[in-house]
Design a binder for this molecule. Structure first.
Ligand SMILES: [Zn+2]
Length: 307
């Protein structure tokens, strides 16, 4: 089967750019946008996200589960299991079981330390010991931390994250990367989900998504790489901007998987937040071990990649 797969890859030009006949190197970038109401995202002017959607699988009816707050949301997205396993049920991460259910970057390192892994985050518990964290362990190769909770806020911290990530994505050689942006959620809380400010925060994030994609395209080896760009959010929100309850508005998220290996269109089954990590691992060619007890499924990859 491996030989057949290689032959298939050799006959297709999987990269975005020119193809010299070598199999494209599979890589993953996960962009996490905190607290996005997908109906507002759809109404906003987001040309960069739109162009990713045009080249991939997109669902605006993907789901997470209660409690619809960031602690369990990001834990489920990055580990591929629900709260009954990772044990994070609030924004207090104390008592988590990331030893059994690590984030997908750490899992890659445990599978094969040759994987080059990278993350940049500005909500402290994702990257450091704040509130019982971190979710993303120190086993990954490079973890950059900015502080959205500082007086300068998430707008500045997100800009710092994107600048640092852009440089890293262009000039270094990660196989798997995670970039987190927190400002949308904060604006949603301070102004409501229906405010022009919340919509503008999404449009600013879209520009940052464009910068990250441009950074990938500037890579010297880009023509021979097969980048899967995954994007999702940790929870929806009510009209008043709040979230945490089990309403459909708060549980509804979006799921995007874009790139040469992605199926273009809308998945028949509504994706779930736990599918993100599992799809990232599958794209990189990881054989999913049932002993890991992952809850997610592969969503949006072409059949030869789904395993
Ligand atoms: Zn929030």
């Amino acid at each position: 089967m491996r030989r057949l797969l290689s032959a298939l890859l050799l006959t297709t030009c999987a990269g975005f750019g020119a193809c010299d006949g070598r199999p494209a190197k599979k890589k993953v970038l996960l962009i996490g946008l905190d607290g996005v109401r997908v109906d507002i995202l759809s109404a906003a002017n987001t040309p960069n996200i739109d162009s990713l959607i045009a080249r991939g699988t997109f669902s605006d009816r993907a789901l997470t589960r209660p409690r619809t707050v960031s602690g369990p949301g990001w834990s489920s997205m990055l580990t591929g299991v629900w709260s009954d396993k990772h044990l994070v049920t609030s924004n207090d991460f104390t008592g988590h079981d990331y030893t059994t259910y690590p984030d997908f970057l750490t899992r890659l390192e445990q599978i094969d330390s040759d994987y080059a892994t990278f993350a940049v985050v500005d909500w402290p518990p994702l990257g450091d010991t704040a509130s019982g964290g971190p979710l993303i362990t120190d086993q990954i190769d490079v973890k950059l931390l900015f502080d959205g909770e500082a007086d300068t806020g998430y707008q500045i911290a997100d800009s710092q994250s994107v600048a640092a990530a852009s440089a890293y994505l262009t000039f270094q050689d990660p196989d798997a990367a995670f970039v987190y942006l927190g400002n949308i959620d904060v604006v949603g809380h301070s102004t409501s989900s229906l405010s022009p400010e919340y919509r503008a925060a999404m449009e600013a994030a879209d520009a940052q998504v464009g910068m990250l994609v441009a950074a990938l395209r500037r890579r010297p080896g880009f023509a021979n790489e097969d980048w899967l760009i995954l994007m999702s959010t940790d929870h929806g929100r009510r009209d008043d901007g709040g979230h945490g309850e089990p309403s459909l508005q708060e549980r509804t998220i979006f799921y995007l998987a874009s790139g040469p290996s992605a199926i273009v269109g809308v998945p028949q089954r509504a994706p779930e937040i736990v599918d993100v990590a599992v799809t990232a691992l599958a794209h990189l060619g990881v054989t999913l071990d049932p002993a890991w007890s992952l809850d997610g499924r592969v969503v949006g990859l072409r059949p030869q990649q789904a395993r």
